[in-house]
Design a binder for this molecule. Structure first.
Ligand SMILES: Cc1cc2nc3c(=O)[nH]c(=O)nc-3n(C[C@H](O)[C@H](O)[C@H](O)COP(=O)(O)O)c2cc1C
Length: 167
């Protein structure tokens, strides 16, 4: 049975649930799945395929997710990898919002790997859980707080992965 690693970065925890939904869907499809924060992954080279996800902060993936990709680029280029991003801008999947994410990925993550698929998911903004600095940034940006994660969209993306990974 193929073994898939689903790993993620998070600042306030909401990306964990996105990763867990992907993990459940792939488990239901019959794969062995390991779900882990990127910082706990010793070596992605032991898996048959890898999914890596990060929320966007100021237009970028979190540093630990970017460092994971750079550090393990050899293992990650010799097996199929899919990536996903979460953010408040992705509530509206306009061409501008999607291409902003694509640009951020092409100047970081995609310098090292060529994902077989890229997911874009609306995230969750809970000012009560944020640092004062982050709360201020959110306030100034005018972004609306709330949980905009859509399990249906996340599951639908997860279901496209096995054929992209394993043919
Ligand atoms: C300070 C700050 C900056 C953010 N910057 C962006 C951004 O540039 N683009 C975006 O789409 N979302 C942005 N977000 C929204 C987060 O990506 C979103 O809330 C995400 O779901 C948080 O994930 P986490 O709970 O796993 O950390 C920002 C949120 C905060 C608090």
């Amino acid at each position: 049975m193929e073994h898939i690693l689903i790993c993620y970065a998070t600042r306030y925890g909401s990306t964990v649930r996105i990763a867990a939904i992907i993990a459940d869907e792939l488990r239901d499809a019959g794969y062995q799945v390991t779900l882990s924060p990127v910082s706990d992954v010793g070596d992605p080279g032991g898996y048959d395929a890898v999914v890596i996800g990060s929320p966007l902060y100021m237009g970028k993936w979190l540093v630990e997710a970017r460092e994971f990709v750079s550090r393990f680029r050899n293992a990650l280029t010799s097996r199929p990898v899919a990536v996903f991003s979460a953010g408040f801008t992705l509530r509206e999947r306009t061409k501008d919002h999607l291409s902003a994410v694509d640009e951020a990925l092409s100047s970081s993550v995609n310098l090292f790997i060529s994902p077989v698929s890229t997911g874009y998911f609306a995230g969750s903004l809970d000012p009560d859980r944020m640092s004062a600095a982050d709360r201020e940034i959110v306030r100034l940006s005018g972004a609306m707080p709330g949980d905009f994660r859509e399990p249906g969209e996340i599951k639908a993306w997860a279901r496209t992965l096995p054929v992209l990974f394993f043919g």
